[in-house]
Design a protein around this ligand. Structure first.
Ligand code: SRM
Ligand code: SF4
Length: 516
């Protein structure tokens, strides 16, 4: 490690916590925690180290834990989904699940005494939660229609799995990467529409041709309360079989040289600021042990981003994938059992998730489509939702997250209902809600991003939002910026209506009727 990483007196409190006892150490103690109960646990283990196992104490619902899975490329099979459903089913009304903005699943309501048994169940179906929180690598995202899309350049599924296996020691936990300076996000896309939001990851691979097919490499993208940056080109091109080793080299460099004194400045981009891109290139190249090829002059992201909601033919003749709109990603046990059943009966048993918090069931034959579309679950999770609902994204918000400045998911749903009932839209508008500046709901990639804040009105403190606009996705993606600050949520509806009318061609239903 460099001086930056080892000068102990400069370490922030999380560095000290990790130096005292590695996060992964609690893996061997989980049976004991289950026995003694959460109230008797060491505070640091409870609040922080459990996150190395993907187990999150929720101060908002003490005793009811959240579990964050790892779902590489967002793909599950029906047995895995059924196991997840069984886990939350036992918690009745407290149990629910959310599809996350990283194609992943979080489970809620979990009691600590059940965790050893839950882990055993996960093991039997090849699921893991390992190192999905705190200073670890997050769920690795890939194209949600990988292997189905006739227009893709490369099927990302295997690479994503290989990267996860390397970084997590096949899901068992990897002490080599359990003490990063901060979180680290990796995405890889082989499609034309940048389905993973490559630009908002610490490390991303985007398709590009040079000596055949390969990837250009982007680094340093991230959002935080303090700063948001799009990833920048490392000016490197790699072949698919070089991706895993390059990931390792970059993560090692981040681990060994990333800044650890100030936690607000610990993401990869801050190291790039300090070193400059050339030094990063040189250090990574040394660590990788091979000579870099400079980036291909252009990447192959030349399409608008698709949302995959609806029915689409696959590259395999006679097969289709169907994208279901899961409003704000919220699922209950019955929904999950039913999704698993539909995937079994009509498809190949596979279920996929998108970074827009929706689900896809692939491999449905042409002849099975009609029957599939009559399934009652599709009344709840539609294939043809409203033009605002289909693109709605929301982070967890105040219901479960103690960082939240506002309630998000329920508010987002209620707002869309009103807007869709009063406006006629001619195109989808992507509205993203996020409960605080941490930006888990990615308001900077939205057409309209809403970031929770507190506002003062008539001497009272109220829940409000800052409005972001101008986020573009797909080809030429760039981040949106804040255009209006501190709108009380109770005053938001007319403001959004006006934005939708002025900027997105929406018409008032009444006015639209009169003009006919
Ligand atoms: Fe996030 C912290 C939820 C995607 C930036 N995020 C949290 C915590 C763990 C805070 C906490 O302990 O309560 C939230 C858990 C709440 C809960 O109970 O659900 C949380 N983040 C989420 C999820 C579930 C939002 C969602 O509803 O989809 C997403 C889980 C992804 C996953 O499966 O791993 C989620 N978080 C993101 C993203 C979006 C992305 O990755 O594309 C970002 C911005 C991108 C980035 O990280 O660069 C994001 N989350 C943060 C940050 C700010 C990080 C920073 O460098 O400052 C925090 C705060 C922190 O880590 O200290 C945070
Ligand atoms: Fe919680 Fe804030 Fe992330 Fe929303 S954006 S999940 S409120 S940390």
């Amino acid at each position: 490690m460099t001086e930056t990483a080892t000068t102990t007196e400069k370490l922030n409190k999380f560095e000290k916590l990790k130096a005292k006892k590695d996060g992964l150490a609690v893996k061997g103690e989980i049976d004991e925690f289950a026995k003694i109960g959460w109230e008797a646990m060491d505070e640091e283990d409870l609040n922080h180290r459990l996150k190395w196992l993907g187990v999150f104490f929720r101060p908002v619902t003490p005793g009811k834990f959240m579990m964050r899975m790892r779902i590489p490329n967002g793909i599950l099979n029906s047995s895995q989904l059924s196991v997840l459903a069984e886990v939350i089913q036992r918690y009745g009304d407290d149990g629910s699940a959310d599809i996350t903005t990283r194609q992943n699943i979080q489970l809620r309501g979990i009691k600590i005494e059940d965790i050893p048994e839950i882990f055993n169940k996960f093991h039997t179906v090849g699921l893991t939660t390992i190192q999905s929180g705190m200073d670890n690598i997050r769920n690795i995202t890939g194209d949600s229609v990988a292997g189905l899309d006739a227009n893709e350049f490369y099927d990302t599924r295997e690479l994503v799995q290989q990267i996860q296996d390397m970084l997590t020691n096949n899901g068992e936990g990897n002490p080599e990467f359990s003490n990063l300076p901060r979180k680290f996000n990796i995405a890889i896309t082989g499609g034309r529409d940048n389905s993973v939001h490559a630009e908002i990851n610490d490390l991303a691979f985007v398709p590009a041709f040079k000596d055949g097919f390969g990837f250009n490499v982007l680094v340093g993208g991230f959002f935080s309360g303090k700063r948001c940056e799009a990833a920048i080109p490392l000016n490197v091109w790699v072949k698919p079989d070089e991706v895993v080793s390059l990931c390792r080299a970059i993560v090692e460099i981040f681990r060994d040289h990333g800044l650890r004194a100030n936690r607000q400045k610990a993401r990869l981009m801050w190291l790039i600021d300090e070193w400059g891109l050339e030094k990063l290139r040189t250090e990574v190249e040394k660590r990788w042990g091979k000579t870099f090829k400079t980036a291909a002059p252009k990447d192959e992201i030349d399409w608008e981003k698709r949302d995959h909601i609806g029915i689409y033919p696959q590259k395999q003749p006679g097969l289709n994938y169907v994208g279901l709109n899961i409003p704000v990603g919220r699922l209950y046990a019955d929904d999950m059992f039913e999704l698993a059943r539909l995937a079994e009966v009509y498809g190949s048993g596979e279920i996929r998730f998108t970074v827009e918090q929706n689900a896809i069931i692939p491999n449905i034959t042409d002849s099975a489509l009609t029957a599939f579309l009559t399934e009652p679950l599709l009344n709840k999770f539609g294939v043809n939702p409203g033009l605002l609902m289909r693109s709605l994204v929301s982070c967890t918000g105040a219901q479960f997250c103690n960082f939240a400045l506002i309630e998000t998911k329920n508010r987002a749903l209620a707002m869309i209902k009103v807007l869709e009932s009063e406006l006629i839209l001619s195109r989808p508008v992507r509205i993203h809600w996020t409960g605080c500046p941490n930006s888990c709901g990615q308001p900077q990639v939205a057409d309209i991003g809403l970031m929770g804040t507190k506002v003062r009105k008539n001497g009272k403190t109220l829940e409000g939002v800052d409005i972001y606009m101008g986020g573009t996705v797909g080809k030429d993606a760039h981040l949106g910026t804040c255009v209006q600050k501190s709108i009380p949520c109770e005053d938001l509806e007319p403001v959004l209506k006006e934005i939708l009318i002025q900027n997105f061609g929406a018409k008032l239903r009444e006015a639209a009727l009169i003009s006919h």
